[in-house]
Design a protein around this ligand. Sequence first.
Ligand code: 5AD
Ligand code: SF4
Length: 492
Amino acid sequence: MYNETDPGSAGLTSLPPEEEPARQYYYMEKCRRIVREKYEKTGQGPAFFVQTFGCQMNARDSEKLTGILRAAGFQETDTEQQADFVIYNTCTVRENANNKVYGRLGRLQNLKKKHPGMRIALCGCMMQEPEVVERLRKSYPFVSLVFGTHNLYKFAELLARTLESDQMVVDVWQEGDRIVEQLPVERKYAFKSGVNIMFGCNNFCSYCIVPYVRGREKSREPEEILGEIKSLVADGVVEIMLLGQNVNSYGKTLKHPVTFARLLREVAKTEGLERIRFMTSHPKDLSGDLIEVMRQVPKICRHLHLPLQSGSSGILKAMNRHYDKETYLKLVDQVRTAMPDIALTTDIIVGFPGETEEDFLETMDVVQKVEFDSAFTFIYSRRTGTPAASLADQVPEDVVKERFERLLKKVQEISAKKARRLVGNVEKVLVEGVNDHDTSLVTGRLSNNSVVHLPGTGELTGRLVDVKITACRGFYYYGQIVGRGAPDTHTS
Ligand code: 5AD
Ligand code: SF4
């Protein structure tokens, strides 16, 4: 499924071209040649394994890594044991994300002892931290390649260097202002895809490391985005998720600025595209225009992820979030008035430095008032280099744990109560595939992003069907296809 076009194949007899992406296609060709020579005797091409940590942006980046690895002559495997090339696409938003990677690396070291030819690569946000690279050099010398977020587009070139070298190749840039288009991508799902609309973040929330590891906000040109969506749809995609750290500020840094609301209207015109999602919205930049587009355009899913982080105006100020409790509640009102059936989800951090019991109760109050359909709750993680890390009044661990438990309980109670309201309704479901645990069922999603299991076969994958919601099991539903597409009336 990767893009086979090779805009710059200059042939390996000449020097690599300077311009991108032609340079990377040159290196993919070079990798293919190295791979052919290296693995000729085994009669079988080398296998790769990609592990993604973290967010949707990383998931999309991993599809790019996969596309390039395939174009470089590798085949995918789903076990590390069988892989000749293992790559971890890392996250560093919280400390435990880093710990997971170190844990996995320990296990890989043993695997590499049995399979000395194995190459291990690390990329993504964690690699942008100098102390991580330092630790890798010192304690994990068996790693073959380390690169960061700004030069992912150079992966083919770095891969070629790694395949020819026995030394650790390290190439991490502190900044990058380029967006290289037209590189190969291999999607995980045939019928849905993420689409990057911007990279980086300019918000500097005081707890967050993302602006330091992903760099300044850069938007893609609308023509590039629309072109990509058009070709995805031509390739069978019916649902896209527009991706950015703060999609609501899309287009502000373009030469000819475009708003996110405008972009959505244009995207929605794509014929054959059935559903549009986006992630993530910052409350401070959520415009009335955007609410209006969502209300008017049925293709835009009835789901808004609107990170709250805290319900306390004082803590929000210390977090540098640029809104307070009242503004957030008003925004929610505005959204719900326009779209009463919308699912609202959120992110909440417990235990930000200086958080008092009163501050925490303000968060609980917002949770109670808004009644989020679901919420990701996080324990504050002290990230070196962020302003909050040097604040004096870090909250004791036992206090944070106790608050976290209380919050989780409340969030779960509310989610369960809210979920029950859809039972009995007929809703559109996009079927995503056969159920992992029960093969007589398929699993899909509602417009509001809830998961539904229903009787059916793999043929339904990628289809939008009308489903009667028959039962709710806390966070997911059971249903039955009705009307066109139901098993007994199915004709196509
Ligand atoms: N500690 C805990 N949670 C964090 N997040 C970002 N940085 C931190 C941190 N230092 C959470 C925020 C954000 C989500 C992606 O991760 O809630 O919205
Ligand atoms: Fe981090 Fe805030 Fe940017 Fe989100 S908006 S990535 S929380 S700095």
